[in-house]
Design a protein around this ligand. Structure first.
Ligand code: PAF
Length: 291
C-alpha cells in the first residue's frame, strides 16, 4: 500500500494506472474508519482494478464551534484496516497542502444544499463539495463510493459530478448499521452508554415508519408525526420526507423518497435515513390499498 500526500504525486500514480488500462476506484473519508467505511472499501476493491482511500479531516466542512479538533484521528488502525481490505493507495494530504495561504476557491451546489443538514450546518456542503472536487482532481478516479447514510451528501455530489462533467461515476452504497440498528458513524464513539441507548430511537422510529409506508400509509404528516413521537426524548434537529433526487420536501408519496432525521444526543449530532420507493412495494404487503 503506497501513501501519497501531495496532489501531484497522487495524480501521477493514478494517471499511470489509468494509462495501463486499470479502473481506479476511490473511497473518500475523514478517517476514524468503521465497518461502514469497510463496506465501501470492499465494494470498491471488488469492482475496480485498483482502489484509493483518502484520509483527510476537512476543515472547511466544520464551523468554528464544531468538533474539528476533537474529531477522532486513528491513523494506525485506519491503515491496518485499509491494508487488510486490499486498498492499493492512501491519499492523505496535509491541511496546508489542501488549503495553502490565500486559498479562495469554493464550490456550491444550489438547491440541493438548502434544506436538511444545511439548516443547522450552513457551511457544510460548500466544504464537502470543494474538498471532494479537489480530491477527485488528485485521485482521478473512474468510480467514487459514498454511503447512503449521508443521503444529502450523495445527492449533492452526484449532481455536482454531472453538472461539472467531472467524468467520475458516483456509486451510492448501502447504509451500514450496528447489530442493534444504530447507523454506523465515526461520531458514535463520542456517545456514552446512556446516550448510545437513547440514540437507538432514530433507527427504531425510521424502521417502524418504513413498515407503515410498506403497508400503504401515504400521509406525509402521519409518517412525520410517527417518527416525531418515537424521537420525543432526544433533541430533534429535523425530520423530513424528501424527494430522493431533489431533496425537496414532498407532500405526496408517489416517487422514491428519503425519510431523513437528525438529532442531538448530548453534544453529539446523529443523522439517519431510510429510502422508500412506492413503485417497489410488493402488492402483498399493502394492507390498506391506499396509493
Ligand atoms: O463523508 C465524509 O466522510 C466527508 O464528508 C467526505 C466526503 C470525506 C468529505 O470530507
Amino acid at each position: 500500500m503506497i501513501i501519497f500526500d501531495t496532489p501531484e504525486s497522487m495524480r501521477d500514480w493514478s494517471l499511470t494506472q489509468r494509462a495501463a488500462g486499470r479502473s481506479v476506484g476511490f473511497v473518500p473519508t475523514m478517517g476514524a474508519l468503521h465497518e461502514g467505511h469497510g463496506s465501501l472499501m470492499k465494494i470498491a476493491v471488488e469492482r475496480d482494478d485498483i482502489t484509493v482511500l483518502s484520509i483527510f479531516v476537512n476543515p472547511t466542512q466544520f464551523a468554528p464551534h464544531e468538533d474539528l479538533d476533537q474529531y477522532p484521528r486513528t491513523w494506525e488502525t485506519d491503515l491496518a484496516m485499509a491494508q487488510e481490505i486490499g486498498i492499493d493507495a492512501i491519499y492523505a494530504p496535509k491541511p496546508a497542502t489542501m488549503y495553502p495561504e490565500g486559498y479562495s476557491t469554493y464550490l456550491e451546489v444550489e438547491g440541493l444544499s438548502k434544506g436538511l443538514c444545511s439548516r443547522t450546518r450552513p457551511h457544510f456542503f460548500r466544504g464537502v463539495a470543494t474538498v471532494v472536487t479537489k480530491l477527485f482532481c488528485a485521485v482521478m478516479p473512474h468510480n467514487a463510493y459514498f454511503g447512503q447514510k449521508d443521503a444529502q451528501q450523495c445527492a449533492i455530489i452526484t449532481r455536482m459530478a454531472r453538472d461539472l462533467d467531472l467524468g467520475v461515476n458516483i456509486v451510492e452504497c448501502p447504509l451500514i448499521r450496528e447489530d442493534d440498528g444504530l447507523a454506523m458513524s465515526s461520531r458514535n464513539r463520542y456517545l456514552n452508554a446512556a446516550e448510545r441507548e437513547q440514540g437507538l430511537c432514530l433507527s427504531q422510529s425510521l424502521f417502524t415508519a418504513l413498515e407503515l409506508l410498506q403497508s400503504g400509509e401515504r400521509n406525509v404528516d402521519a409518517i412525520i408525526n410517527h417518527v416525531q413521537n418515537g424521537m420525543a426524548r432526544v433533541h430533534i434537529d429535523y425530520i423530513e420526507l424528501v424527494d430522493a433526487l431533489t431533496m425537496e420536501p414532498v407532500t405526496t408519496i408517489d416517487k422514491p423518497i428519503v425519510l431523513a432525521v437528525a438529532a442531538k444526543i448530548g453534544e453529539t449530532r446523529l443523522i439517519d435515513n431510510i429510502k422508500f420507493d412506492p413503485a417497489k412495494v410488493p402488492a402483498a404487503t399493502l394492507t390498506t390499498g391506499v396509493v
